[in-house]
Design a protein around this ligand. Structure first.
Ligand code: GLC
Length: 753
């Protein structure tokens, strides 16, 4: 064989080896589609409608008495809240061994930040700006969930939130679409892996589709009015990232969006999700959101609600039963078509096949016992909590505390609350597993350090009767840790607040501790930004800990005494006053940009228009310096790419993490653009004196925006990049984007086209 022949044979073999996995995946998809069609052809209309039905189990994980018979008749396709191998296997056995077509159930559950091992709340995880750690947290949650018989989590929650009054801000990744998209990809990868039929993975669910966080007044479930430009540039990106990461399901939302509720909105559910993004999984409604179309006064009765939802693209109905109740009648009346019903069933069967439920419908009790709360998972949640902490203020290096203190006062009910440690939506978490800050400090400090605990007041803090005891403890101690904030039930679903103040008389308690004149630090436990103006002005140190999860107490204690150096950054803006809301960093410039020296500009009479703490803010126990911003070019074509880099140096005495953030500003554009937008970030760990050059790439997907015709495109013109450690300040440079002139062709008529 000649050399050329040998080369071509080798190339042929290599290409086949490389192409093998792709070909195998294509074969697997074809096999699934064939299996779906074969099954669909055998299903009665009642069995098809049964697959579109999800019903609720008991809060403790047991299924409800009516459900075995529904499953046996093929009239139920899924449950939520049924969990624990014994419960799921019992119901699954009926589906797989006693029903006519033996279609397995898919068990769903809200595993938002952990199943039994609870991780920091999602807003805390977002504060880590660390997709790899967030992915790890989701992977642990998936491993415990699948071991416990749960196949499908109603997560990640991808709602952008620009209004801290909205309680569900705690469940998401904050106000920015770029950070939100990065963490959406991380969580989908963590939950699903490369193949969500694996025994330690679950199907993920991108929710709540869409713009639920834009609720007017920050009042949960309220109406939303959002322009298509803002939808596409702010609210869509995390969901699109989830589709690109292969998310198996979506959940439609409760909110009315521009007059068409999201659980009956053909634009979002079909034109965008199916037409533009080619999503081929299924959409489940939110809890009775199909039936609530009647409350919206969109639907004229139950049958109309079923028609509107299923016709718009909601495939599975959660808890309400209108599809089952009215499907046959709607079909007879030609108000629904068989094709619409078949397509919904097809999508659900596709996810069940991809989840491996036909091949492996059962869970294993031994695996469940080995997975839940195992030591590796405890290490993972403690590490995630440590990386989620945000040091908001630290004057005169008040933190970290000296571990040789003779005495330490711990003040505040939250310091000793296991329930609040695990936050809202805490899955199958057990509060008795949670390590509080007080317990962690007692475990950490030597017996020579006397720890005095004084509640001062309980979480609502209506009364000051415990203040004297707390002040006495502070006076008698070398230092005091004051734990303030919200109870976990003051954020999450149906938990909006009209105020962002520390609840009750907590600020009075803080002032009393301050007046005692001894060293103290503030630890915050909260589910949203708070207007902590007095603390920001007067307290020497403030550590934001959110709700830090099962091992959160250890992580916070580690940070207070310097075994952890906080490196998190805020994923949301902290306003000075609730009256500033909505307040977010990527705001528009306006025709009268705020100027304290000019009356007739956009600002308030009674409070500075700026945030108390900006998006991206977070300090460290060491210091960092950014220098040497370099751009790969001064000009690039509209379809070109730009690389830029900056040097980060740890100029302090401790190792620590910095999150380098890249913001882009468009100098002028045919549609007004935000004053700046996050387009890159990287969290780096540096030893004292260590330097590292961090590099970013800007490509058309970063430079472009939706123009007046709603086309995504890059416009020529000047851009400024800002690279810093917060959304305020940083090194700047500029570059230009020019139109890529393709050579003009002259045509016979002499006209130039
Ligand atoms: C709730 C929530 C949704 C959750 C679902 C099932 O009302 O809106 O986030 O996944 O119902 O519990």
């Amino acid at each position: 064989m000649s050399k050329a022949q040998r080369m071509s044979l080798a190339l042929f073999l290599v290409l086949n080896i490389l192409a093998a996995p792709v070909a195998q995946a294509q074969r697997a998809r074809r096999d699934v589609e064939r299996s779906i069609e074969a099954l669909l052809a055998r299903m009665t209309l009642e069995e098809k409608l049964g697959q579109l039905q999800q019903l609720d189990g008991h809060a403790d994980g047991r299924y409800k008495d009516e459900q075995p018979e529904l499953v046996r008749k093929g009239l139920l396709g899924s449950t939520l809240n049924v969990r624990g191998v014994r419960n799921t296997n019992e119901l699954q056995r009926i589906a797989v061994e006693e029903s006519r077509l033996k279609i397995p159930l898919i068990f769903g559950f809200d595993v938002i930040h952990g199943y039994r091992t609870i991780f920091p709340v999602p807003l805390a995880e977002a504060s880590s700006w660390d997709p790899a750690s967030v992915e790890r947290a989701a992977q642990v949650a998936a491993a415990e969930s699948r071991a416990a018989g749960v196949h499908w989590t109603f997560a990640p929650m991808l709602d952008i939130a620009r209004d801290a009054r909205w309680g569900r801000i705690v469940e998401g990744s904050g106000e920015d679409p770029y950070l939100g998209a990065a963490l959406a990809r991380a969580r989908v990868r963590g939950f699903q892996g490369a193949d969500y039929s694996a025994p330690d993975r679950v199907v993920a669910c991108a929710k709540h589709w869409v713009a639920y966080g834009a609720a007017e007044g920050g009042r949960d479930y309220n109406t939303t009015e959002v322009s298509e430009t803002t939808l596409r540039e702010i609210y869509f990106p995390p969901f699109r990232a989830a589709v690109e990461a292969g998310v198996g399901t979506f959940m439609s939302a409760f909110n009315d969006l521009n007059g068409v509720p999201t659980s009956a909105n053909p634009f979002t559910l079909t034109r965008v999700l199916r037409g533009e993004w080619k999503f081929d999984g299924f959409v489940v409604s939110d809890y009775e959101s199909v039936k609530e179309l009647m409350n919206h006064k969109l639907a004229d009765g139950e049958a109309d609600a079923a028609r509107l939802a299923l016709g718009a693209g909601v495939d599975m109905e959660m808890v309400s039963r209108l599809y089952n109740k009215h499907g046959a009648e709607l079909l007879r009346q030609n108000r629904l078509t068989r094709a619409e019903i078949d397509e919904a069933v097809r999508r659900i069967l596709r996810v069940k096949f991809r989840a491996g439920l036909f091949d492996n419908p059962y869970a294993d009790e031994a695996r469940e016992r080995a997975a839940l709360m195992n030591p590796e998972h405890q290490r993972a949640t403690r590490e995630m909590a440590a990386r989620s902490l945000v040091l908001l203020k630290n004057e005169r290096e008040t933190l970290p505390l000296d571990r040789n203190l003779r005495s330490l006062a711990v003040v505040g009910a939250l310091a000793d609350s296991q329930l609040d440690m695990i936050g809202s939506w805490s899955g199958d978490g057990r509060k008795e597993d949670a390590v509080t800050l007080l317990a962690a400090l007692r475990a950490k400090l030597s017996p020579r350090t006397e720890i005095k605990f004084a509640k001062g007041c309980d979480a609502p803090c209506a009364s000051g009767e415990g203040f004297d005891e707390a002040v006495r403890a502070a006076r008698e101690s070398d230092a005091t840790v004051v734990v303030l904030g919200e109870s976990a039930d003051m954020s999450g679903e149906a938990a909006s607040r009209s105020s962002l103040e520390l609840p009750g008389r907590q600020t009075d308690l803080l002032k009393a501790i301050h007046a005692a004149g001894k060293p103290y630090v503030v630890v915050l436990m909260n589910g949203r930004p708070l207007t902590i103006n007095w603390a920001a002005e007067n307290s020497p140190a403030i550590l934001e800990t959110w709700f830090a999860g099962t091992q959160g107490g250890h992580a916070v204690a580690d940070a207070l005494f310097g075994d952890v150096n906080p490196g998190g950054k805020l994923p949301v803006t902290f306003p000075r006053a609730v009256g500033q809301i909505p307040l977010y960093y990527n705001h528009k410039r306006t025709g009268r940009p705020s100027d304290a020296n000019n009356k007739y500009t956009s600002k308030y009479l009674d409070v500075a228009w700026t945030p108390l703490f900006p998006f991206g803010h977070g300090l460290s126990y060491t210091q960092f310096r950014l220098t040497g911003l370099q751009l790969s070019a001064a000009r690039i074509p509209a379809d070109g790419r730009m690389t830029l880099s900056v040097e980060v140096e740890n100029t302090g005495r401790r190792a620590g993490d910095e999150v380098v953030q890249l913001y882009l500003t468009d100098a002028a554009s045919s549609v007004t653009r935000p004053v700046k937008e996050l387009k890159g970030f990287e969290r780096v760990t540096l030893r004292p004196g260590e330097k590292r050059r961090v590099q970013f790439t800007l490509a058309p997907e970063h430079l472009g925006f939706y123009d007046r015709e709603m086309r995504f495109r890059v416009e020529p013109g000047a851009f400024t990049v800002t690279v810093g450690n917060s959304s305020e300040g940083g090194l700047t440079s500029s570059f230009e984007v020019f139109e890529q002139r393709t050579p003009r062709r002259r045509v016979s008529s002499g006209r130039v086209n």
